[in-house]
Design a protein around this ligand. Sequence first.
Ligand code: CTP
Ligand code: MG
Length: 227
Amino acid sequence: MQYEVVLPAAGSGKRMGAGQNKLFLNLLEKPILVHTLEVFEQDSQCTGIWLAVKPEERVFIQDMLERYGITKVKGLPDGGAERQHSVHSCMKEMKQVDIVLVHDAARPFITHDIIANLVRSAHDFGAAIAGVRAKDTMKKVRDGVIEETIDRESLWMIQTPQAFQFDLIVEAEDVAEKVGFLGTDEAMLVERLGHEVHIVESSYENVKMTTQEDLVFGEAILRKRAL
Ligand code: CTP
Ligand code: MG
């Protein structure tokens, strides 16, 4: 089953505090962005990659694609002020495909197995997202005081990729744009349409490189995988 993937890569990486787009930082001598791109470059089901980029970083990223032999990129449109705008800017250029994946460029450890499960689930049900079960006890806090202990059985921590049938994500984005709704992920836009979104159990290794300590986890994962 074929799909195209949208990789929003136009963030600033403020929480990483590296003074540059965190995606250009190296994990064991290769930029985070390249690690992520290589997963999709090597995935036989992936027929195209769309990268949302900052205009001033486009040439640098194009050079990177050439240097690392990334051939599946079909477009590098301008990103927007928010992640959702960056994703939308890719979707506007994309032609009809069966399945669209949206994946944070900052999650380099996604595996082919999880991608395949997501694509299958989106094909069968319309929308599917990767997530892992919450490990810690979760409590709702107000003004520094516990209000409620939430039943952990029902709690999942949501990641990307998020996978959708093309027409569904296009409709969800159109509606969100019309009413000016900003979600934290694309699944929220689909949920708002009243459409079911299925969970695909993912891996705790699929971490997003967000703060400095994530780089330490990230390099440890790469070392373990190289054994
Ligand atoms: N992203 C994007 N356009 C934006 C904001 C984010 O394309 N306007 C991308 C980032 O490049 C990243 C992904 O969305 O690959 C997930 O976002 P996040 O982890 O929040 O990255 P940043 O926004 O760069 O980091 P921060 O929030 O710490 O500034
Ligand atoms: Mg951000």
